[in-house]
Each structure stands twice: as structure tokens, then as C-alpha cells.
Design a protein around this ligand. Sequence first.
Ligand code: FES
Length: 123
Amino acid sequence: MNPYQEELLDHYRNPRYKGRIQNPDFSSDELNPSCGDRVLIAGKIDKEKITQIAFEGSGCVISQAVASMLAEKSLNATRTQILAFNVETVQNLVGIPLGPTRLQCALLPLEALQNALLRYQKR
Ligand code: FES
């Protein structure tokens, strides 16, 4: 197994930032309609910076491992930085090439996080 696969499995088995945040400033629950897997990401913001983040969800290794990796990367980042994350950001987190189906799995947590932050901006 290459180190990237090991890291993915480690995040899947020992997710960082898994849980629920009381009274979050932002949250979004996203579903992958093709498989029913879901990721909910929530957090708190102080002066544009993510000060707390947590996710819940159920699904495949990629979607849940990326949720954990993304939460780790996003803590202490700014809203603007996170809204600029893209496919490449997710690919770099995963570290191994993903086909179109697996890429959708990997993008589910990013959609949840960015939708939550977009909604927060509108408040
Ligand atoms: Fe459902 Fe990966 S198979 S998100």
C-alpha cells in the first residue's frame, strides 16, 4: 500500500474532527444522490477564520476520509481561502489519482463545506 492510501485509510478509521458542534455559525448537509452517502460539515467563525469545525456522515472510504482531511486543512483557514479550494485541492489531499466516480466521492465534503460558507455569507 502506498503512503497516500495508508493516510486515507487512517483518516477513515480514525477520523479527525468527527462530531457535532452546538450552535454552529455554518453548516450544510450534502447527499450524493447516486449512492446515498452524506456528509454534514459545521463550524464556527471568528473574524473570518474557522475556529471550530466538525463533520458527521456515512459513506465510502473516500468521502469520509476526505471529510476528515478537509476539516483538518480548514481549521484556522479563512472563509475566502476555503471558498477558493477546488478539485485540485482535493486531489492533492487524496494524493492518488481518482476516476470520475471516486472524484465525486472526494468532492462531496468540499461541496458541503463551501455551500455552508456561502450560505453563511448571505446571512
Ligand atoms: Fe457514495 Fe463515495 S460511494 S460518496
